[in-house]
Ligand binder design. Structure first.
Ligand SMILES: [Zn+2]
Ligand SMILES: [Zn+2]
Length: 127
């Protein structure tokens, strides 16, 4: 396999392996560098940005901790835990922010959303 293709595939695999944890670029780099010790941090960051631009992965902008990535590109909702700072998927049945926003009437064309609920993840909430 061509080297670049191989690197990209490994980065994508790392995202799927870390799926559910919403890794930062740094987390992905740590994972991939175990498999490809020669890969540079800059490459991982660049490829992740590319993937995000293409819609191959979701990019979440998290206050104070930078960008997190999600291999699950189905529209879904996130919660930022105020205690452990993890980003968790949450499901709110029947709540579709995109649909709600598209019904608004200001003339804007809405194509996506970025929404981060704040609270405690199940582990921290149980403490
Ligand atoms: Zn937590
Ligand atoms: Zn997610």
């Amino acid at each position: 396999m061509e080297r670049k293709t191989h690197q990209k595939q490994s980065i994508l695999n790392a995202l799927y392996a870390l799926s559910g944890t919403h890794p930062t670029a740094e987390n992905v780099y740590e994972h991939v560098s175990l498999l490809i010790p020669t890969i540079s941090r800059a490459t991982v960051y660049r490829v992740l940005n590319q993937f995000a631009g293409q819609g191959t992965v979701l990019q979440l902008h998290v206050p104070d901790s930078g960008d997190h990535y999600d291999g699950n590109t189905e529209p879904h909702l996130h919660l930022l835990c105020g205690s452990c700072k993890r980003v968790t998927d949450i499901s709110v049945p029947g709540f579709n922010p995109l649909e709600l926003a598209q019904a608004e009437s200001s003339g804007c064309r809405i194509t996506g959303f970025e929404l981060l609920f704040l609270g405690l993840c199940p582990d921290c909430a149980a403490e």
